[in-house]
Design a protein. Structure first.
Length: 463
């Protein structure tokens, strides 16, 4: 029986000093653990990362760029020496739909804005902007968002590279659709950009619109005026010839149109008469079909009702028979089994139960999870069949963490199972709890799956 600790007068005087010293040591331990946890965070996997420590429990907040990044961050913190429990309070990356990215250049300044999926892609796009126009200043206004199309990094880098060739302009990517507007200093550059965007572009980009203004006028004003005058003179002569030909053609076309109109009127009347006859026939066929379908549906409904009644009658008879059999079984006296046979049967049955399922506990605690209550109830029913036998409940852990703490945890979990079985009706005097810590593993302590196999409860039943 546990005896409460009684404090003497001298101990009460020293208690405040002890509390102050304990707080100071705990604060130092927490600060050290927090520093090591922050240092263990993988680079470029978590936005706005925050780490806090309470005792040896670590809480981490922030936004991972993917599910794999979340797993890597959690694994890194869990593996920091001294961490007892990880509280993951990370939030999922917001999803953008459509996925929108913009790049603009003006006055030797390149501005990148819109959605970007992760820190690595962000750094790549900024590096591409600097490489494409070394003399320009780079402004980063991008924000993180999930849902980037496949090949987004390649598409963004290509777009920045083409935009940087312009004197000024703007590029928009909506999902995989590219719109590009701006002005080129030279005709050669404008032609290069138009050719690049007309060809197959990286990252699955599809050109939606491209408006590239050429600032280098290729034609001299005088040559353009002379060419226009010659073209006007030729156009006037051509127009006169075309007007005469058009008048002749119009007269011929009118005669043909009058004849065609007369023929069409006759054909339209014949088609209308035929369509009316076909419509009447189709409507009659549809009405006949609807009547036939209704008759079939009525018969199917009647058949279904009859089947459901027969099924209900059968179920009632089966239920009455089962209740009668259960009552007869309850009234029959229990036949005692031979102790050795019952013990062997209990060992075999419980072993089979634990092969198909296992008893689950809260992380680093001895609290039994509700999804194991049904399994424990079945084990309890089996143990009641061998009520005179001795039952040893043994707890095991994996090899992670302090061996002494693992030993205590294994004992606590075994005791929790004994307590549950006693409350479920198993004779507590025949139950014994034992903890073995990380000893006697059934699998190597190298993967998450193998460690889960080593965290287990075993039953040993004897006469």
């Amino acid at each position: 029986m546990f005896e409460p600790r009684k404090w003497g007068t001298g101990a009460l005087v020293l208690l405040p000093l002890w509390l102050f010293a304990n707080h100071a040591v705990t604060s130092d331990v927490e600060a050290d653990l927090a520093a090591r946890a922050k240092a263990a965070l993988p680079a470029d996997m978590l936005d706005k990362a925050q780490v806090s420590v309470a005792g040896r429990d670590v809480t981490i907040t922030g936004t991972p760029f993917s599910a794999a990044d979340r797993d890597a961050v959690e694994a890194a913190i869990v593996n920091v020496p001294g961490v007892r429990l990880l509280n993951s309070d990370m939030t999922d990356l917001a999803q953008a739909k459509p996925y929108h990215f913009e790049a603009a250049i003006m006055d030797q300044k390149i501005t990148l804005s819109g959605d970007v999926p992760d820190a690595i892609t962000r750094a790549k796009l900024l590096a591409e902007a600097k490489l494409a126009n070394p003399g320009a200043s780079i402004v980063d206004q991008m924000t993180y968002a999930g849902g980037a199309p496949a090949g987004f990094a390649a598409a963004g880098a290509f777009t920045i590279g083409e935009l940087a060739k312009l004197k000024e302009g703007k590029a928009d990517i909506n999902d995989s659709a590219l719109s590009l507007d701006g002005s080129a200093q030279k005709s050669e550059i404008a032609a290069q950009i138009k050719a690049a965007t007309a060809a197959t572009m990286p990252g699955g980009l599809i050109l939606k619109a491209a408006n590239i203004k050429d600032l280098e006028a290729p034609v001299q004003a005088a040559e353009a005026a002379a060419a226009k005058a010659a073209a006007d003179e030729k156009a006037a002569a051509d127009k006169a010839a075309e007007e005469k030909a058009a008048a002749d053609k119009a007269a011929m076309e009118k005669a043909a149109a009058d004849k065609a109109a007369e023929e069409k009127a006759v054909a339209d009347k014949a088609a209308a008469d035929k369509a009316a006859e076909e419509k009447a026939a189709m409507e009659k066929a549809a009405a006949d079909k609807a009547a036939a379908e209704k008759a079939l549906a009525d018969k199917a409904a009647a058949d279904q009702a009859a089947m459901e009644k027969a099924a209900a009658d059968k179920a009632a008879l089966e239920k009455a028979a089962m209740e009668k059999a259960a009552a007869a079984k309850a009234a029959a006296p229990a036949m005692p089994a031979a102790p050795a046979a019952v013990v062997d049967a209990c060992n075999t049955q419980i072993g089979q139960m634990l092969q198909s399922d296992k008893i689950h506990f809260a992380v680093a605690r001895a609290d039994i999870l509700p999804n194991s209550f049904d399994l424990l109830h079945k084990i309890g029913d089996e143990l009641k069949r061998c009520a005179d036998a001795k039952v040893t409940v043994t707890g095991f852990t994996d090899a992670d963490g302090d061996p002494k703490l693992n030993q205590v945890l294994s004992e606590s979990r075994a005791n929790a199972v004994v307590t549950y079985l006693a409350k479920d009706g198993v004779d507590e005097s025949h139950l014994q709890a034992r903890g073995m810590g990380a000893s006697d593993p059934v699998a190597p302590n190298d993967t998450r799956t193998n460690k889960a196999k080593n965290r287990r409860i075993e039953f040993s039943i004897s006469n």
